[in-house]
Design a protein around this ligand. Structure first.
Ligand SMILES: [Mg+2]
Length: 455
């Protein structure tokens, strides 16, 4: 188990409003690194209050929002699962506009948001916009302190475009690095290039590594990423001792497995990370340190999703505060664990807000005891009756809904194995228990409508 801990986890004092207004996570990352999962000493001051939207209200206002996983819930590979279309028809009005705020939270990372939104629109027959899609890499937009650094990026698909879309300005892919340092990649004898490049030493040093998703040739990526970490960013240099801590590593999507068309689960990016972690440990004797781990089950991803959902609610004309989130997924270790972990965070956040409100209220009472009515009015102090604790609490729960159409198989017992990412271990058993278990996505929507008395 890693001793140097790792990853973006929500446990310390943060102000979401500041994060989203400034788009800057610098202070957050400084506070959140090195945090163990069970830390109880942190507090939260998070503002998620919504303001009324002047646009026309829907006929029936809902007070909940939906976070859908995609693979294993809506589709398997390229095949749309039965009942998916029917389920989403229930979420839109006769004009095809959403009447329930809905966000898609996927750990997929090999495509752009607008492409995933288009894919979803085609699959579901409902217009989905890119603001409704949270990819595993979406929170990296907030890591501005790395956007000007020279980053090695790993993954497949349009990762250069994805990186640039997130704000990264200087990126080199593993393939480009391989071309600049041709003697490094030696596993596949047929691909070996024996002549070194004369310009190796002029290559600008890599300053951080960003792992977007599983690459195609794992042996090439594993070798070159390790070379970069052990050479401090310039893999033509052989250092007597590998620098530690090594260069910053930001990783997206920790899924060990995912569900495609095959009858059993496939390797996910989490499997690649297991290989990287174990090779680094075997070679250096030390643990890989993740400066950031984003994507489900990381709380930062759910925080980002909640922010997107509240924006979506305003956009579709919902004026009631959103009180509950329902996260629908097929993977216990990702969707259920992540939603329950975020629910813990919300509980702490709500408790902190109530405490702060109570303190303000107590202060008002004391002040009122000493002041005349005119003084209170002049000072702008709000009368007690105007304190609406409920309005400013924001979301107060995140419930997890497990479907049986994907990775989860009730016939297979995980037993002593734990598929959770390394930095989330040990995962408390209670956090892997879904709030609800249903057959498929339509059953999930029906159950939620019933729970919320919504039709
Ligand atoms: Mg899934």
């Amino acid at each position: 188990m890693a001793t140097a801990m790792v990853g973006i986890r929500l446990g310390c004092s943060i102000n979401v409003k500041s994060i989203y207004e400034t788009g800057c996570l610098f202070f957050l990352t400084a506070n959140l690194f090195q945090r163990k999962f069970h830390s109880k000493s942190c507090s939260h001051v998070v503002q998620t209050a919504t303001k009324s939207n002047p646009s026309p209200a829907t006929k029936q206002q809902c007070k909940f929002g939906l976070l859908f996983d995609i693979d294993g819930v809506i589709v398997r590979g390229r095949n749309v699962l039965p009942h998916s279309v029917e389920a989403f028809q229930k979420l839109v009005d006769i004009n095809g506009n959403f009447r329930v705020p809905t966000i898609f939270v996927t750990n997929a990372g090999n495509t752009m948001r607008h492409q995933k939104a288009q894919q979803l629109s085609d699959w579901l027959g409902v217009q989905i916009n890119e603001q409704q899609v949270v990819m595993s890499h979406s929170p990296l937009r907030m890591f501005r302190q790395f956007h000007e650094k020279h980053c090695l990026i790993s993954g497949q698909g349009p990762i250069v475009e994805i990186a640039k879309g997130l704000g990264f300005t200087k990126v080199t892919t593993v393939d480009q690095l391989r071309n600049c340092f041709p003697t490094l990649d030696a596993v596949d004898h047929k691909r070996r290039i024996h002549v070194p490049c004369a310009f190796e030493r002029y290559f600008p040093r890599i300053e951080a590594v960003v792992l977007f998703g599983e690459p195609v040739r794992w042996e090439t990526s594993l070798q070159l990423i390790l070379d970069v970490l052990m050479s401090n960013g310039l893999p033509c240099e052989s250092l007597p001792i590998a620098p530690y801590p090594h260069l910053p590593v930001l990783a997206c999507n920790m899924d060990l497995q995912w569900m495609a068309e095959a009858c059993t689960a496939r390797f996910g990016h989490g499997a690649f990370l297991v290989c990287l972690e174990n090779l680094y440990k075997k070679i250096t004797g030390k643990d890989v340190i993740y400066t950031a781990l984003v994507g489900k089950p990381s709380e930062i991803t759910y925080l980002h999703a909640e922010h997107c959902l509240l924006q979506e609610a305003r956009k579709i004309g919902i004026t009631s505060p959103i009180k509950s989130l329902y996260a629908i997924g097929d993977n216990i270790n990702t969707d259920i664990f992540g939603a329950n972990l975020y629910n813990h965070y919300i509980q702490k956040r709500t408790k902190q807000k109530r405490k702060e409100k109570a303190e303000v209220l107590a202060h008002v009472k004391v002040t009122a005891g000493r002041s005349r009515e005119t003084d209170l009015s002049r000072m702008g102090i709000i009368p007690e009756a105007d304190f609406n604790l409920e309005v400013e609490e924001g979301v107060i729960s995140c419930k997890s809904v497990l479907v049986h159409t994907g990775v989860y198989n009730q016939d297979f017992d995980e037993g002593d194995f734990d598929h959770s990412p390394r930095d989330f271990l040990p995962a408390e058993a209670a956090l892997k228990e879904p709030t609800y278990k249903v057959e498929d996505v339509l059953s999930a929507v029906n159950l939620i409508f019933n729970e919320e008395n919504f039709s």
